[in-house]
Design a protein around this ligand. Structure first.
Ligand SMILES: Cc1ncc(COP(=O)(O)O)c(C=O)c1O
Length: 368
C-alpha cells in the first residue's frame, strides 16, 4: 500500500542523527524544558525569521496560549475558517473565547477575506489565518483588515512550516505564529509538539509563563497558567528534522509538480497554487464529484488517500447548534464532499509517484 503520509519513513531518512540526538537526551538527566528546547526555540525563530520562538506541548496549545497571551478570552470573538482542522476552533474555545467562522475562497480554500466585515462585531478581537495544505492564506487582505479594525492577527502555520508570503516565512507576519509538530506535519516530532513564534518580547515572555503554570520564577504563579511544556526528546528530534526541512519541502514540491502536470484525467480538478506564496505542499488535495468511487478505485490499486476535511466544523455535532458563521458557507460545504488527499511525503519514491498518477488517470468518473 502506498501510504498517504509516512512519518516512519522520515525517521529512517535521518535515523542515525535522530538516534544520536535521543541518546544524548536520555543520558543528560534533563528531560523537559532544557538545553534542547532552548536550542530548538532559537533555531526555529531563525528559520521562520522572528526574534523568538517558544516550544509548547502541541499545536492546539500553541493557538490557545497565543490567544491567552494576547488577552483574548471570555466575551471575545475570534474569526477563523470552518474548513480547517477542528483544533483551530477547539483552541479558541479552550481560551474561553467564541469562534466565528467564515467560508473559504473557491480557488485556494483559505479564509475568504471578503467575508470578514460581515462577521465583525464590537467583541471581535482576533483573526486566525489558517495556512491550509501548506499554502498561505491571503495575508495582505487579512492583515489589512486586522490593521484597519485593531484586531490581532494569529497565523496557524501548522500545515505550512517554511511556506512564504511575499518572500517572508509564514509565522513571521502576524502578531503571533502557531505551529503543530504532530508527526505527519512538514516539521514533525515523534510524538506531540508545538511552537509559537513572535517578534514581540512581551508576548514571548507571556507565552513562556503560560506554558508552565504562569511562573516567572519557579513555584510562584504571577498569572494563572497551565502545563504545556515541551520535552527534550521531542525538541532534540525536531532540531534534526529542522536541519532537513528545506530539503524535505523541496521533495514535496517535486512530487506536487509531477502530480499537477501528469494527472490529466478530466474526472478530477488539480489544486492551484498562489503566485505570491511558496507552498510547502503539506497535503496534495484534488477535487472530484465522485470521491467515494475514486477512493475505492485507488484503494484497489494499493493507493491510500485521506480527506481533509470531511465535515465543516460548523456542521459537526459538537458545534452546529451554537457556532455563528458567514451567511454563505457554500464553498466550505461543497469542498468537504469533494476534496481528496493523495499520498504526499518527502520519501515517496518516483516509482510510487508514477503508480499514484497512473492509478488516478485510470479512473473514469464524473468531471466537475
Ligand atoms: C491547521 C491546524 N491547526 C492546528 C492543529 C493542531 O495541532 P495539534 O494536533 O498538534 O494539537 C493542526 C494539526 O492537527 C492543524 O492541521
Amino acid at each position: 500500500m502506498i501510504l498517504c503520509a509516512n512519518p516512519a519513513a522520515q525517521f529512517t531518512s535521518h535515523q542515525a542523527e535522530i538516534e544520536a540526538a535521543v541518546l544524548k537526551v536520555m543520558r543528560s538527566n534533563r528531560y523537559i524544558l532544557g538545553a534542547e528546547v532552548e536550542a530548538l526555540e532559537s533555531e526555529f525563530a531563525t528559520y521562520i525569521g522572528t526574534r523568538f520562538a517558544v516550544g509548547v506541548a502541541n499545536g492546539t496549545d500553541a493557538l490557545e496560549l497565543a490567544l491567552r497571551t494576547l488577552g483574548v478570552g471570555p466575551g471575545d470573538e475570534v474569526i477563523t475558517v470552518s474548513h480547517t482542522a477542528v483544533a483551530t476552533v477547539a483552541a479558541i474555545e479552550a481560551a474561553g473565547a467564541t469562534a466565528v467562522l467564515t467560508d473559504v475562497d473557491p480557488v485556494f480554500f483559505t479564509l475568504d477575506p471578503l467575508q470578514l466585515s460581515q462577521l465583525l462585531t464590537k467583541r471581535t478581537k482576533a483573526v486566525i489565518a489558517v495556512h491550509l495544505y501548506g499554502q498561505a492564506a491571503d495575508l495582505d487582505a487579512i492583515g489589512a483588515f486586522c490593521a484597519a479594525h485593531g484586531l490581532f492577527l494569529i497565523e496557524d502555520g501548522s500545515q505550512a512550516h517554511g511556506a512564504t508570503w511575499n518572500g517572508k516565512r509564514v509565522g513571521a507576519i502576524g502578531h503571533i505564529g502557531c505551529f503543530s509538530c504532530y508527526p505527519t506535519k512538514n516539521l514533525g516530532a515523534i510524538g506531540d509538539a508545538g511552537l509559537v513564534t513572535t517578534n514581540d518580547a512581551e508576548l514571548m515572555k507571556k507565552v513562556r509563563m503560560l506554558r508552565e503554570y504562569g511562573w516567572q520564577s519557579r513555584y510562584i504563579s504571577d498569572v494563572a497558567g497551565r502545563n504545556s511544556r515541551l520535552d527534550e526528546l521531542q525538541a532534540a528530534i525536531l532540531r534534526v528534522k529542522l536541519r532537513h526541512l528545506d530539503e524535505s519541502n523541496a521533495k514535496r514540491r517535486a512530487i506536487a509538480i509531477r502530480y499537477n502536470s501528469e494527472i490529466t484525467t478530466e474526472a478530477v480538478t488539480s489544486p492551484r497554487f498562489r503566485a505570491v506564496s511558496d507552498s510547502v505542499f503539506h497535503l496534495y488535495v484534488l477535487q472530484t464529484t465522485d470521491r467515494l468511487a475514486l477512493m475505492n478505485h485507488l484503494e484497489q490499486q494499493d493507493v491510500q488517500t485521506g480527506i481533509h476535511y470531511p465535515m465543516p466544523i460548523h456542521l459537526q455535532p459538537a458545534y452546529k447548534t451554537r457556532i455563528r458563521t458567514a451567511t454563505d458557507m457554500s464553498v466550505t460545504e461543497r469542498v468537504a464532499g469533494e476534496v481528496l488527499s493523495l499520498p504526499m511525503y518527502p520519501e515517496l519514491s518516483a516509482v510510487d509517484v508514477t503508480r499514484v498518477i497512473e492509478a488516478v488517470n485510470s479512473f473514469k468518473g464524473a468531471a466537475i
